[in-house]
Design a protein around this ligand. Structure first.
Ligand SMILES: CC(C)(COP(=O)(O)OP(=O)(O)OC[C@H]1O[C@@H](n2cnc3c(N)ncnc32)[C@H](O)[C@@H]1OP(=O)(O)O)[C@@H](O)C(=O)NCCC(=O)NCCS
Length: 208
């Protein structure tokens, strides 16, 4: 999606930046991990295929993706941005006849960053972005039956289980955005700031 190509979202612990070509090599390294392939139900791709995928995430109207960066590390301009990457978060508009329905995916690829509240923060930030910028009214999360951490996280965020597919070994959780959810979310991410990515990138030291 082009809508977020110059958007940076600043949270407490993270900044979310558009997925660009320079992020692809690290992303590709992550996805060689059998654990991540299993947890995210992904097939391994060649580096060329990963570049094509990045292009499609950037250009297709039904996909919106951000790379998650460690805000504190990124605030040091001497550190390569690639070294600040810790995961990604995506919205996928799965139904061309209903653009208010979005599948949500989050991956904290770096194990040392898991269990520190980052997955929750990023998911809330992305939901807020999806509702306010993309008009999302219903979120879906499809999660492997074995992925208890992810299932627990989405349940904590008030998603409810709507179906289990034993063939694909996955569960679908959903959240319909009503007024109270929207108000709660607004409060939860009131601290979040949206900035111009290019400007922010040339003033990284301001993020300390
Ligand atoms: C699933 C994932 C996104 C969660 O992000 P995270 O940063 O590790 O999780 P958080 O620290 O924000 O915790 C969020 C909630 O998840 C649950 N959770 C986190 N770690 C957990 C653990 N070790 N055991 C059980 N539940 C856990 C808790 O409900 C927690 O809420 P709480 O801290 O208020 O109790 C992350 O672990 C991840 O990306 N894992 C690998 C890839 C993956 O599974 N992606 C999802 C594919 S659908």
């Amino acid at each position: 999606m082009k809508i977020n190509e110059n958007t940076l979202l600043e949270g407490h612990k993270v900044v979310l930046v558009p997925y660009n070509e320079e992020h692809v090599p690290r992303y590709h390294e992550w996805m060689k991990s059998p654990e991540l392939q299993q947890l995210t139900a992904s097939e391994p791709l060649s580096l060329d295929q990963e570049y094509d995928m990045q292009k499609s995430w950037k250009e297709d109207d039904d996909k919106c993706t951000f790379i998650i960066l460690d805000k504190q590390r990124w605030a040091d301009p001497s550190v390569d941005e690639e070294q600040c990457m810790l995961g990604d978060v995506n919205i996928f508009l799965t139904d061309p006849t209903d653009l208010s329905l979005a599948e949500l995916e989050v991956m904290i690829a770096e194990p040392s960053y898991r269990g520190k509240g980052i997955g929750k923060e990023v998911t809330l930030m992305m939901m807020h972005y999806g509702i306010t910028k993309l008009g999302v009214k219903r979120f879906e999360a499809k999660i492997g039956l074995d992925n208890q951490v992810s299932i627990a996280m989405f349940k904590k965020l008030h998603f409810q289980q709507v179906s289990v597919c034993n063939v694909f070994k996955e569960v679908t959780l959903e959240l319909t955005v009503d007024e109270s959810i929207q108000k709660q979310l607004q409060d939860d991410v009131a601290y979040m700031k949206e900035r111009d990515f290019r400007l922010a990138r040339s003033n990284r030291h301001e993020f300390i």
